[in-house]
Design a protein around this ligand. Structure first.
Ligand code: HAM
Length: 429
């Protein structure tokens, strides 16, 4: 038997209501904040991620699904959404209108060749937002507020916002130098990855999982000592906006994030719930002034974040949050004999044209088994079609809750069912 490829999994119909619920809340909250959906391709030219995400990152050096297509072009399955969205922003000159802010969101699969773990797969789903056009700390705070709002709407309580600043390019470069000087004497005792990171991306040493208790990291200089006045002011303003909106956060000096494009604000939201597993980062993001230029556009600032939707589903489960089940079928048709089948098909057609969710049996089941099926699909009403009634253009309609059954004319059926279903949904909402 051929199984799903390693690192991938199916989202089965029995689980899909969780995803629909999550997606509906995401769309609702994004609209509240005036973000519009964008859908970019699942694969892009490899160069986009090398330039956009950064050649020294784990994503680019180890995790990309890259291949040559039949035209010998190097193609990569997108490992994240930001680079593709920025590419599209530049390609379609969305910046053309002066002083315009472009607020975008996306939902879709991403691909990283990573070691499998609970909450970590090779095809996973991200929801993300990108706000392009303004270098305003209020926008950083808005993006964080939007994500926190989604958690609240989902009912997740055990979450924590970690925040840090990397400062502007000048501050970051100064800090980089100081960090390399500090780390150099410890180089031999760092893990293999950190030995390499020290030269190409020393900030990443700070959030290494292997070396996290290493003396070198514990005694490392802090970014905040190297921030120039402008960067400090920017960060203070972000924090003030968060305070004003009542958003709680924890300052984390070692938070640097794994992608190269960040400057100024970086943040992550982690789950605190017990038994969540090792992958506690539900999402993260930050400011990326400079990325639009790297991808070939003008010097336009941006800020955004992305959540792992798979991990959000795990968090909902870990916090025992019940998700409203979607009602699959309103009406189930039960036929008393073969002769009524065609008539039943006509009724189904009429109901569907009138937006009534309905179904029937296609296995020639006995009447009792058809009723069992009606229960299984949680039908609110059953329409019973007998030969005699059919001749008179009538059907019986049974309320599955109180078991009351009546005969009505087919021409009354849509009106009757619509009214009754309205009452049902009102009393169950
Ligand atoms: P990231 O931190 O690489 O950021 O990924 C965001 C989230 O995607 C993670 O916090 C995690 O929940 C989820 N994730 C990442 N890898 C996996 C995996 N293998 N399996 C399951 N979930 C995973 C970014 O991707 C940036 N593009 C975020 C951003 C947008 N920054 C600015 N704008």
């Amino acid at each position: 038997m051929i199984q799903s490829a390693k690192g991938t999994y199916d989202i089965l119909p029995s689980d899909i209501s969780k995803w629909h619920y999550l997606e509906a809340i995401i769309r609702e909250v994004c609209e509240l904040y005036n973000y519009q959906e964008i859908r970019t391709p699942i694969f892009e030219s490899t160069g986009l991620f090398e330039r956009g995400v950064g050649e020294s990152t784990d994503i680019v050096t180890k995790e990309m699904y890259t291949f040559l297509d039949k035209g010998n072009r190097s193609i990569t399955l997108r490992p994240e959404g930001t680079a593709g969205v920025v590419r599209s922003y530049v390609e379609h000159k969305m910046y053309a209108e002066a002083n315009q802010l472009t607020k975008l969101y996306y939902i879709g699969p991403m691909f990283r060749y990573e070691r499998m773990q609970k909450g970590r797969s090779r095809q996973f789903y991200q929801f993300g937002v990108e706000a392009l056009g303004a270098n305003n700390p209020m926008l950083d705070a808005e993006v964080i507020a939007l994500s926190v709002n989604i958690f609240k709407r989902l009912g997740l309580k055990e979450v924590k916002v970690l925040i840090n600043t990397l400062g502007d390019t000048e501050s970051r470069l100064n800090y980089r130098k100081a960090l390399i000087n500090h780390l150099k004497p410890f180089q031999d005792s760092l893990c293999t990855d950190c030995k390499k990171r020290l030269e190409i991306n020393p900030l990443r040493v700070l959030d290494c999982k292997v070396d996290k208790n290493h003396q070198a990291i514990k005694t490392a200089p802090e970014m905040k000592a190297y921030l120039n006045a402008e960067s400090q002011q920017f960060f203070d303003n972000v924090l003030k906006c968060l305070d004003d909106s009542g958003i709680e956060y924890v300052l984390d000096n070692n938070l640097v994030r794994g992608l190269d494009y960040y400057n100024h604000t970086v943040y992550e939201i982690i789950s605190n719930v017990e038994g969540f597993g090792a992958q506690t980062a539900l999402g993260g993001g930050g400011r990326y002034n400079g990325l639009v230029q790297v991808i070939g556009g003008p010097d336009i600032p941006g800020v955004g974040f992305a959540f792992g939707m798979d991990r959000l589903i795990l968090a909902l489960e870990a916090e025992n949050i019940t998700i409203p089940e979607s009602d699959n079928v309103d009406v189930y048709l039960v036929t008393m004999s073969d002769k009524t089948n065609q008539f039943a098909m006509k009724i189904l057609d009429i109901l569907r044209k009138n937006q009534i969710k309905c179904d029937k049996d296609y296995f020639d089941r006995k009447v009792k088994a058809q009723f069992k099926q009606a229960d299984k699909v949680k039908a609110k009403y059953v329409i019973i079609i007998g030969e005699e009634e059919m001749k008179q253009n009538k059907v019986s309609i049974k309320n599955m809750k109180n078991e009351v059954q009546e005969t009505i004319e087919v021409k009354e059926l849509v009106k009757e069912l619509t009214e009754r279903l309205e009452v049902y949904y009102e009393s169950n909402s």
